[in-house]
Design a protein around this ligand. Sequence first.
Ligand SMILES: Nc1nc2c(c(=O)[nH]1)N[C@H]1C(S)=C(S)[C@@H](COP(=O)(O)O)O[C@H]1N2
Ligand SMILES: [Mo]
Length: 424
Amino acid sequence: MAAPATPPGHHHETDYDHRRLRQWLAGEARADGVTRRRLLTLLAATTAGTALGGTRSARAVDGIVKPLPPEWFIERGTNAETRWDALRGTGHHTPNELFFVRNHTATPVLEADDWRLRLWGSGLRGTPGEDRPVEFGYDDLRALPSVTRTAFVECAGNGRSYYTTQQGEPVAGTAWTLGAIGVARWRGVRLADVLRRAGLTRNAVDVQPRGLDAEYVSGGENLGRVRRPLPLAKALDDVLLAYEMNGEPLPYDHGYPVRVLVPSWVGIASIKWVGDIEVSAQPLYSPWNTTFYRLFGSAYPEGGSPPLTRQTTKSAFELASGATFTAGRRHVLHGRSWSGAGAVTRIDVSTDGGANWRPAHLHDRPRVGSWSRWSLNWRPDAPGATHLLARATDTAGHTQPDIAVPNTQGYLFGAVVRHPVSVV
Ligand SMILES: Nc1nc2c(c(=O)[nH]1)N[C@H]1C(S)=C(S)[C@@H](COP(=O)(O)O)O[C@H]1N2
Ligand SMILES: [Mo]
């Protein structure tokens, strides 16, 4: 790991140990007389740190490196969803240890020293017909001017399960509740700076970052490595090549050593473990902007909607589903709301299944690309089952509807979620 990425206070042996463990995970170090289990425990301890209790239970999702204690995560195939009750008491930024993971295959454990970013394609200067990629190493990127910004990464399928449980619609894909989102402080370089240094021409229209994780096989078909075209206008606007997450080098599961970070857009745009970027003078297509991440269904044209860009507006309570409250006592309900279209400035909450609404108290200055935390006092008077509802309004004028227009793959759920609780 390069010197600037090393957290202060870590001495040389700690760094060497991290590196050695990474090499072991990658099959490059020998371990005689030490069990795999023991080494995984060591790895979990060094990567997860001790801020939130250190090493917890063993992970069960094979492709994810960090520990996934069941009190923090719901495992969903190759992915891990953050539990909203685990976010209670965390600050504006989601701790790295708690951040959801969405992997098409498995987390690759890469070395920053060996990593290179290759930029190539018809939208760059260079001899026509000749393959002359421009390369940047990790230290090259770290030597460029850095920027830091707070932004959410949210899966386009976040909230998907509510199409079925609230609206009775069958949809395909991972049955996320609302925990496929996290907010982090990302540090890195502007993609625009790197593109210009690589010799961007006026002809360029699309850029397509591609991950270094394994090729993705879906329905028996090998779709190749995860990649999705990004229009040049967005690439030059606010996109980062991020190497830090909340003041630490990116964790393995979140793209170490470098990921793309596309603020406000669907999570798939933020390619992790980026290895190369095609810069093209022709518009590009991949399965991730044709078959996936468009809206299909009766409300949409035959070829689907245009490729998805901004996220919808959503709200969540920092509570487990089915949480219990004591009647006759004062409780404080906490939650967060966010939108891909603007900052969230207003949240209305109902504690009686949607009959009556009260405005919540905002705890954050509303910011584009992040969430607003809020709270509301509640004194339930009688025992029984009820639903809590929160409805956000953003600066673009969007207010969460009661019903989300369904699409076959269950993307962009944005309706108000009915959160079941019981009063005892
Ligand atoms: N290389 C690569 N990048 C990827 C993915 C992936 O599987 N491989 N998943 C994408 C999807 S669908 C989402 S929602 C986000 C999730 O980011 P996180 O795992 O850091 O939370 O990463 C995106 N970038
Ligand atoms: Mo996603």
